[in-house]
Design a protein around this ligand. Structure first.
Ligand code: A3P
Length: 309
């Protein structure tokens, strides 16, 4: 993995076995000691598992489908707790103390800390790195965890890394990094199993991307029930329409178009252009087209060895 630092444009460290950019150290204590509130709603996931989709669903359910409230950028209304410690643009801004950058980027933990209740928080940390008050059960926010077939996650993650992290390796190399637990937040199975092992925690709802694809309405109903909300059939239909792939792709509050423009205008990755879209393909089983037979076999062995649920 010697080339990783160069290809991913950062140094990495391991904290409690989790692979993270080195700059995460600067916020690790603040995350550990973060003051959680019982009326928080958290959306947690391994990156590229359908986080944004789930956030938008949770937001709609909790705001009586008032889509006006959903027009603000998603990172402002549903901030990403550890943003400043992991995302390249934020880490660069943080290092340069670039105060013209919004505080949900520059100091995401403090931003979350200052939000009025009820808060909506996104987080990609595995259970073992969540704030202490959640791990110990001292605070019981509602947590919605979404997971996705790891082969599709890997493909989506590869495109994401090129688009938003300046990754300059090829797909085969990325697969090796993924299987070798050398991508942000890896190991993948520590992540998924860490939440699924706790399926009996009453404040945790486990969702799958594939179920959302297959029957979004019933996932909306399950999630609404978990969040203590009642939606009529018409409301479920309306929300499912708002959450459709085509609508999300054109929704500037969630599609990260401005971030992509910022990366290109500021040349965050030098001459490497950020090309493509964040809401990209959204398919189930993309690996059938995108992965070589050899790689599919490698993944299958890896899945058979570590998957528990
Ligand atoms: P692809 O890259 O496979 O297209 P995350 O929000 O966790 O980063 O996940 C992003 C993935 O969710 C992307 O997958 C994106 O296209 C997909 N996604 C987002 N909104 C979606 C929707 N409404 N329907 C289907 N997939 C969606």
């Amino acid at each position: 993995y010697e080339t990783l630092t160069e290809k991913a444009r950062t140094n990495f460290i391991k904290i409690d076995g989790v692979f993270l950019p080195e700059d995460y150290k600067q916020i690790a204590d603040a995350v550990e000691n973060f003051e959680v509130r019982d009326d928080d709603v958290w959306v947690c996931s391994f990156q590229k598992s359908g986080t944004t989709w789930t956030q938008e669903m949770v937001w709609g359910i909790c705001h009586e489908l008032n889509f006006e409230t959903a027009k603000a950028p998603i990172n402002e209304r549903f901030p990403f707790l550890e943003f400043s410690g992991v995302i390249t643009t934020a880490r660069v801004a943080m290092r340069d103390n670039n105060t013209s950058v919004p505080s949900w980027v520059l100091n995401s933990v403090e931003f979350c800390d200052n939000l009025p209740s009820p808060r909506y928080i996104k987080c990609h940390l595995p259970f073992n790195l969540l704030p202490r008050q959640i791990r110990t059960g001292e605070k019981k926010p509602k947590i919605v965890y979404v997971s996705r077939n790891p082969k599709d996650v890997c493909i989506s993650f590869y495109h994401h890394s090129k688009l938003l992290e300046g990754y300059c390796g090829n797909f085969e190399e990325f697969c090796e990094l993924f299987l070798g637990d050398h991508v942000f937040y890896a190991p993948y199975w520590n992540h998924v199993n860490g939440y699924w092992d706790r399926s009996n925690m009453e404040n945790l709802l486990l969702l799958r991307f594939e179920d959302m694809k297959m029957d979004l309405s019933s996932v909306i109903r399950r999630t609404a029930k978990f969040l203590g909300k009642n939606l009529s059939n018409d409301e479920v239909k309306l929300l499912a329409d708002h959450l459709s792939f085509a609508k999300m792709k054109n929704n500037t509050s969630v599609n990260k178009k401005t971030t992509i423009e910022y990366i290109n205008n500021m040349k965050v990755f030098g001459e490497q252009k950020s090309e493509g879209e964040f809401i990209r393909n959204g398919g189930v089983g993309q690996w059938k087209e995108a992965m070589s037979e050899r790689m599919v076999n490698r993944f299958d062995e890896w899945i058979a060895k570590y998957s528990k649920h």
